[in-house]
Design a protein around this ligand. Structure first.
Ligand SMILES: *[C@@H]1O[C@H](CO)[C@@H](O)[C@H](O)[C@H]1NC(C)=O
Ligand SMILES: *[C@@H]1O[C@H](CO)[C@@H](O)[C@H](O)[C@H]1NC(C)=O
Length: 197
C-alpha cells in the first residue's frame, strides 16, 4: 500500500469512528437531585431540579452557599417569557427579573470530542454500575471560555456529571435519582410571594 492510500484509509477510519459516536441526545424533560460546587468562586449548592426543554423552563429549589452566606432558594427561569423568579426563604421575598440569556439545552455540545466509555462502579458485580460516555470540549458560556468534561449514561443519555474549568472557575455538578417521566405546569408553579409580582 502506498503512503497516500494509507493516509486516506486512516482518514476514512477516523471519520467513520467519529461519525460512530456523535453526542447522544438527553431526555427533553427530567427531574433530579443535584449537587454542584465551584471552589474558586466559593459557591456550592444542593437542590432539586426540574428541567423542561420543550417549554424552555428550569426550576431549582435548594440550599445555596455563596462565600459564608447560605440560603434556601427557589429559582424559576421561564425562558419563553424571558423572566426569572427567585424566592429567598430567609427574607421570604421574591425577586422578579428579566432573563436576558437565550435558552440552551443542557446537552453535550454538538462538536464535543468523544473521550471514552467507562463504568461508574463495579461492572462485574450485579446491579453495581452504570455505563457512562465522556465528552470534552472548549465552550463559551456567558462570555467566558471553559474546558468542559461531560458524563452522560450510554443508555438513554441521562446527565450524570459536568465539569467546567478555567482560571476563575472549577465548577462541577452531579445529578442523582434522575426521573424522566415528563413534567407538567405544576412542576413550575410559582411560590405565593412571586404570584403578586
Ligand atoms: C462546530 O464545528 C464546526 C466545524 O469545525 C464549526 O463551524 C462550528 O462553529 C462549531 N460549533 C461550535 C458550537 O463550536
Ligand atoms: C434517591 O433515591 C433513593 C431511593 O428511592 C432514596 O432513598 C434517596 O433518599 C434519594 N436520594 C436523594 C438525594 O434524593
Amino acid at each position: 500500500m502506498n503512503k497516500l492510500s494509507l493516509v486516506s484509509v486512516i482518514t476514512v477510519l477516523m471519520v467513520v469512528q467519529s461519525q460512530a459516536r456523535m453526542p447522544c441526545k438527553e431526555p427533553a424533560q427530567w427531574k433530579a437531585m443535584g449537587f454542584d460546587r465551584d471552589n474558586k468562586a466559593k459557591m456550592k449548592s444542593r437542590f432539586e431540579i426540574s428541567y423542561d426543554a420543550l417549554k424552555q423552563r428550569v426550576r431549582k429549589v435548594g440550599i445555596e452557599q455563596i462565600g459564608s452566606k447560605s440560603d434556601y432558594v427557589e429559582l424559576i427561569q421561564l425562558f419563553n417569557e424571558k423572566t426569572e423568579y427567585r424566592f429567598s426563604d430567609t427574607t421570604k421575598t421574591c425577586e422578579k427579573k428579566a432573563l436576558n440569556q437565550e435558552w440552551s439545552d443542557f446537552s453535550i455540545p454538538k462538536n464535543a470530542t468523544f473521550y471514552g466509555d467507562f463504568y461508574i462502579g463495579a461492572s462485574e458485580l450485579k446491579d453495581s454500575s452504570v455505563l457512562v460516555s465522556s465528552w470534552v470540549d472548549n465552550v463559551n458560556l456567558g462570555g467566558q471560555k471553559y474546558e468542559l468534561l461531560a458524563l452522560f449514561t450510554v443508555n438513554n443519555c441521562v446527565p450524570v456529571s459536568v465539569y467546567l474549568d478555567n482560571d476563575e472557575h472549577d465548577y462541577q455538578v452531579h445529578f442523582f435519582n434522575v426521573s424522566a417521566k415528563g413534567l407538567s405546569d405544576t412542576d413550575f408553579s410559582l411560590p405565593q410571594e412571586c404570584l403578586i409580582l
